[in-house]
Design a binder for this molecule. Sequence first.
Ligand SMILES: [Zn+2]
Length: 888
Amino acid sequence: MEIPKQYDPKEAEQHHYERWEKNGFFAPEINQDPGAPVFSIVIPPPNVTGSLHMGHALQHTLMDVMTRHKRMCGYRTLWLPGMDHAGISTQLMVSRALKKEGKTRHDLGREKFIERVWQWKRESGGQITVQMRREGASVDWSREKFTMDEDLSRVVREVFVRLYEEGLIYRGNRIVNWCPEDQTVLSDLEVEKLPQAGKLYYLQYPIKNSDRRVTVATTRPETMLGDTAVAVNPSDDRYRELVGQTIMLPLTGREIPVIADEYVDPEFGTGAVKITPAHDPNDYEMGLRHHLPQVVVIDSYAKMTADAGADFLGLDRYKARDKVVADFEALGLLERVVDYEFSISKCERCKQVIEPLISTQWFMKMDQLRDLALGLMAREDKPKFVPETPYKKVYTDWLENLRDWTISRQLWWGHQIPAWYTPGGDVIVARSEDEARAKAGTSEVTQDPDVLDTWFSSALWPFSTLGWPNDSEDLITFYPTSVLVTARDIIFLWVSRMVMMGMKFIDKEPFADVFITGTILDAQGQRMSKTKMNGVDPIDVFNKFGVDATRLTLAQVGSTDTRWNEKQVESYRNFANKIWNAARFCLLNSEGAEVKPEILEQSTALHDRWIVSRLNKTARDLNAAIDAYEFHGAVQTLYHFFWDDFCDWYIELAKADVTAEQPSTEARTRLLTVLEQALRLLHPFMPYITEELWQRLPGDKHLHPAYQNAEPTVMLTAYPEGAASLIDEAAESQMQAIIELISRVRNIRSEMNIKPAERIPIVIAAPDESLRRVFSAAREQISRLVRASEVSVIGRLEAPKASARAVLSGGAELAVPLEGLIDFEQERRRLQREQEKLQAEAAKLEAQLSNPNFVSRAPVERVSEVRDRIAAIAQQSSQLQQTVENLQ
Ligand SMILES: [Zn+2]
């Protein structure tokens, strides 16, 4: 059997994926069982501008593990891929490219600009789909979707029209978050609130026909030019007689009233607050309650308007602030200025300070939709969040406080709002321009220039991708989907909106479960970010360690925030090499043998019954762990089984039989068969190496019955279920006793510095007769694995003097007589020196720890490393002590 000495991940990654995709293995149609259960996932569509980052790689790995596992369990599986048009990001990127040519999007005009975006999309969009192929993601590319595809755009218009007709979408003049840089409105979720060190200005406003002044405190003095009232709390005695009086608003010549409103906090500032309905969301609400005029003094570029007065017209808002303050000071009306920390709203994308502006926009009423989502949670406890804490509460709390959603954006790239205006000013909402003309009774209609928030189409993703509003086969088969895998920062932006829209239009939840992944942090525990340049590129990691090793590292992250640690990937690369070498050993010793599943049921030797039991128990535990989303545990279980049980013990125990001059075909067959099942268990996590090796195994390797006619591939074999009948607890505990014994003897050999070639006598004392039988039966294997000259198994220990001893579980004892094997005096001295060295090291570390400078200044990891090392020394030292005593 030809097999290269070294595993070459790149080689395997290149050709297997292509073959899987070409053969249609990823499509649900590969499943020929009409009664197959269904498993489906829609991918969180990455931005068309995006390239693969660690967050994607993590999500994709977990989704792929689940999809491959379920496919091997015989499910009709669909993992549906696609991309998001990502309104602002894409528009900005293409605008930037235009800027290099000295042009703006306005030079091109809307139509040409959008053409340009499509051209860019065809040429360089979707780099991520190439990278996903490298990841091994088993998505069904034949169903790939893009949120701007015609069929998905049709769904967007359909939903818009239906919600409008029900009165859930409306057009209104409201105060919104405006980004003066991007020139668009933003939803509350696209705005970051950040702490800001600023100033609080105390301004005095004179009262008409009185000497009295009222002082108001503000962080934004420039907005006073748009004040239309001063408000106080009705229960505030300080101001009771002022309510109803008139204020001469400085710098403007306007007169404004003093009003009373419960919302005013008497504790803030002076207890009297200026009210600027056009430039503050809370003042806006209060203005509506009291029918106050809205004086707009700041425009969409954050410059002062004519209504701010001739002295201010055209000034930038911050210049205007300085001028207002200077003018107040000159008038003797600036009472004081104090340092003040408050929270400021910034555009999440460009970091420009948001200007609250009154503007005509489209909104979605959320009350009814919110109640659908909350009702689903209350009635059926769906969707099920994993982990439940804290995400279930985060989700429901947010829903309970939900406000109307601003859905229009002043952009060109996106779904243009399906609303048309007649010359008479009527608004016609329709599915197409033709429909709008027909409804309007005139062909002179103009479409609203705005587009919808990108998240509007994302909210429809689970059903727009499956053919809604038609009762398509896909919609009936794959909706609701099984699970959504996503990051915690889009629970509001995306998860909740999909639930609301799914309930509204399909009357069923879009997914049963929501798995929230952990976050991969950099080595210092910081979030990876483009601006900090501290991100790790998954492609680099693939190139360095292979995709399989990277996937294993990511899978075990699961839902826990984890610092990136390349050592971990390296250790899984070593694991991949271990798998390769073990398989290579099996293949090099496979002549005359082949994979034959029946053989596992016919094992008589202890080590054979043991490995079959371990294999089945591992399979059982893995199925349970994957179904419960316990990916970390699943990886540990696999690793332990393959490395410890299979490689370190089983291959060693079976070696004599499979490599003998007259090798046992049965032993070789069993070894190959166990290996074949182990590869199947590993496959969802490590798809490439398992396929590479599985293809080389000789014999009758069955596919799962649902895929009988497919080309041979490990990805369509049956995932081992873990047969209860093959789990043999007695064999496991007996084998455990032998493993413990061998490990102890090996420890003694190394502690006592016994030369590897030296054969040693060992004495095993077990009062329990059945345990004695176990040791006696395994005498030959024990002897081979510890290089024993003699293995005696007795009932009670009467060890000769100068024996190394160990107590085993089950009341057994072990003695290794050392007379003649080592020079006792020399050995005692060596151990003594070792002991002294350890003590010296411990003393040094203790001194370090008792130095307050070290503890307070060194990185936390370093301090805990020192503590761990001290503990390890204590342990080693007491073992050494035991060894020295044994030599007496
Ligand atoms: Zn912005």
